[in-house]
Design a protein around this ligand. Structure first.
Ligand SMILES: Cc1cc2nc3c(=O)[nH]c(=O)nc-3n(C[C@H](O)[C@H](O)[C@H](O)COP(=O)(O)OP(=O)(O)OC[C@H]3O[C@@H](n4cnc5c(N)ncnc54)[C@H](O)[C@@H]3O)c2cc1C
Length: 218
């Protein structure tokens, strides 16, 4: 993944998608123009999720060489074609040297340790897993930006009862409960996928129990 200046900016193989998609969204937002290009080659195109990369969902740019792909991306905001090609070449070289030293099998189901790092070449910003050389045409690029799943801020609650805490006293406000999107203090710079609905279910149940108890006077 590269920005419009042709530079990589995250360790794309740091962890599974569910643990990186939120913080990578933020990293993309901080790039020039708030966007980035994801680059794939023929080895992995068929692995892309149809919900996210299917026809009509994203605009795809396809070419038979990195150079021609770069030409297409220039019309989409790529400012430094030379750096783009250089980044891919450096990346591919590092992966190929690691392959020679440590010929592991690519496996998207586990952290497979297929990285860009070896005794012969180490990138300042590694790709730690799932690093294959981007060498098999056709090549495909997708332009991406950041989406909003939820805000990280919200109301302070008592974790045992889901009662909203008063800012003045720090104590529960009687009869006022909060769950789901409006709760704050759970996540800060990242979150694992699925935890939004989990938090809603956990604190929603507590809020429901407590409000029922209050209503019934039990
Ligand atoms: C694109 C996207 C993808 C996501 N993917 C995941 C995921 O894969 N896994 C996961 O766990 N979480 C995911 N989330 C987060 C998850 O959807 C939310 O955390 C969750 O839906 C919050 O539930 P909620 O009931 O608190 O709020 P909401 O689902 O936002 O419900 C609030 C409801 O209140 C209504 N409302 C607002 N104001 C008023 C009003 N004045 N009067 C009456 N009604 C009102 C709204 O119309 C809405 O129906 C995703 C969120 C987004 C945006």
């Amino acid at each position: 993944m590269v920005n419009t200046l042709g530079n990589r900016f995250v360790d794309e193989g740091e962890d599974f998608r569910n643990y990186t998609y939120a913080k990578f969204g933020s990293a993309i937002l901080h790039q020039p123009g708030g966007c980035a290009f994801q680059i794939f080659d023929n080895q992995v195109i068929s692995w892309l999720r149809v919900e996210e990369y299917g026809e009509g969902i994203v605009k795809k740019f396809i070419a038979n060489s990195i150079d021609k792909l770069a030409d297409k991306l220039v019309t989409e905001g790529l400012e430094d074609k030379h750096q783009f090609c250089q980044t891919l070449s450096t990346f591919n070289n590092a992966v190929q040297l690691r392959q020679q030293e440590l010929p592991l099998k690519w496996d998207p189901a586990v952290k497979d340790a297929l990285s860009t790092q070896s005794s012969r070449s180490s990138l300042p910003l590694p790709k730690s897993n799932w690093a294959l050389p981007i060498t098999e045409p056709p090549f495909m690029a997708v332009k991406v930006t950041c989406g909003v799943t939820f805000t990280f801020g919200g109301l302070a609650i008592d974790p045992d009862t889901s009662a909203v805490l008063s800012e003045k006293t720090g104590k529960p406000i009687e009869g006022l409960f909060c769950a789901g999107e409006m709760v704050g203090g759970l996540f800060y710079t990242n979150y694992p996928g699925g935890s939004g609905l989990t938090a809603g279910a956990v604190y929603g149940r507590k809020a429901g129990l407590q409000s029922a108890k209050l209503t019934l006077g039990t």
